[in-house]
Design a protein around this ligand. Structure first.
Ligand SMILES: Cc1cc2nc3c(=O)[nH]c(=O)nc-3n(C[C@H](O)[C@H](O)[C@H](O)COP(=O)(O)O)c2cc1C
Ligand SMILES: [Fe+2]
Ligand SMILES: [Fe+2]
Length: 393
């Protein structure tokens, strides 16, 4: 399908996809976008998921033999975009692959074969004869390998996942009419894929604004034309919200409790932390909406996790909340483990192991109480809450 003079969409449609990367729901399917640009030389920008290689090859053959491709530009090497490259090299072994240094390294380990390559350093220009492709490094959007590819003559930038969306319409060259559904998917895509990298997103948005493209060719969902500015603005707002949302004086206390003993501990710890001047919000995990929990995780400067020990472990709801902590954006936040137990008391130690594994700064003192806390215990817990709060004051 022709998008502009000498620029063709040759990607694949996957309308039935239910989940992407195991956990991202894709209610409206997805597309794996790839583009062919023909000057005197021919470049293919991105390939597709291996399962859809035939669609890619059929689409290319409608325009030219696959053997005519001189260059493959790999803006990002995740296999939803690099998946067909091995089969393409079988057909056209002399193509030269352009990608960032980490991209070429990744491809060596993805393809496990030799191929011709050029490292697409920031600012490098590839002259196709009639069209130029300029590579702009855009690391961590969303892998260390990512670059944008800019075609000045077509005022078009290829951004791979950046500004993309799992949304499979009849064609990618469409002004979305079903705005609400599209925006829902756009935000979901942003949250899962780019949520952990707000600073990189801000840089990406400023590159896009500087280029002032007429067209953004992403690797998932519709090509952006009229929506370039509004989509970049949304990305910026979401990144800003992430960066500015942190409350440096807020501790979130997440707990579950079968008989109320761990709950009493949570309350005493919160009283102590509050008396030190921090905000200490308590969340009983099973009765709290997941979105509220996730927001508390994101905006808190420190955490406490409480669980009784049942059958030698903490209870699953606590693992759910620990799973919301980002080892990237929540890294190094202080965390304290507490809980009531009967005879063996493994919950706190197991929660601490997990918390350390995701990069939290765990208080070495595990706050464990055998069955019901006494008045003395509660006083000590208040003291502990106060001293823990001093970490973030
Ligand atoms: C089904 C069940 C299994 C338990 N298994 C353990 C265990 O393996 N080790 C332990 O130290 N306590 C165990 N306990 C005891 C609880 O940790 C103890 O009752 C605790 O005080 C409960 O605190 P809560 O009121 O905050 O739920 C178990 C309790 C229940 C009900
Ligand atoms: Fe990706
Ligand atoms: Fe992707």
């Amino acid at each position: 399908m022709k998008l502009a003079d000498d620029l063709y969409y040759v990607g694949a449609h996957d309308p039935g996809l239910k989940f992407f990367d195991v956990i991202v729901p894709t209610e409206r399917g997805t597309t794996y976008n790839a583009y062919l640009i023909r000057g005197e030389k021919t470049a293919l920008i991105e390939t597709v998921h291996d399962d859809f290689s035939d669609q890619l090859f059929d689409n290319i053959r409608r325009i030219c033999p696959i053997e005519d491709i001189d260059y493959v530009i790999c803006d990002h090497t995740e296999p939803d975009h690099s998946g067909s490259l091995g089969k393409l090299l079988d057909i056209a072994p002399d193509v030269t692959v352009y990608g960032s240094a980490p991209a070429i390294k990744n491809l060596k380990n993805i393809l496990n074969r030799d191929f011709r390559s050029v490292i697409a350093k920031n600012g490098l220009v590839l002259d196709l004869g009639g069209y130029t492709l300029k590579f702009l490094s855009a690391p961590n959007l969303h892998w260390p390998d990512s670059v944008f590819t800019w075609c000045e003559e077509l005022k078009t930038v290829f951004t791979c996942d950046f500004l993309g969306c799992h949304y499979c319409a009849e064609t990618v060259d469409v002004d979305i009419t079903d705005d609400k559904a599209y925006l829902e998917e756009l935000e979901r895509y942003y949250t899962y894929i780019f949520g952990p990298f707000p600073q990189a997103v801000q840089k990406g948005v400023s590159i896009i604004r500087e280029l002032a493209p007429e067209t953004v060719c992403t690797s998932h969902g519709p090509v952006l034309r009229a929506k370039v500015k509004s989509t970049a603005d949304l990305y910026e707002a979401w990144a800003d919200r992430m960066i500015s949302g942190l409350d440096p004086h807020k501790i979130s206390i997440f707990y579950v409790s079968a008989y109320g003993y761990t709950k009493a501990m949570a309350q005493a710890l919160a009283e102590g932390a509050s008396s030190a001047g921090t905000k200490a919000d308590i969340y009983e995990i099973t009765g709290t909406d997941k979105a509220v929990l996730a927001e508390a995780v994101r905006t808190s400067a420190a955490y406490m996790f409480g669980s009784p020990t049942l059958n030698r472990d903490a209870l699953p709801p606590v693992w759910d909340v620990l799973g919301m902590v980002s080892p990237i954006t929540d890294r190094n936040k202080p965390a304290l483990m507490f809980g009531s137990f009967g005879w063996s008391g493994e919950a706190c130690g197991n929660m601490a192991d997990r918390a350390r594994g995701i990069g939290l700064k765990v208080d070495e003192e595990l706050v464990k109480i055998c069955f019901a806390p006494t008045e003395d215990d509660l006083a000590q817990l208040r003291e502990k809450g106060r001293s823990f709060a001093s970490w973030i004051m």
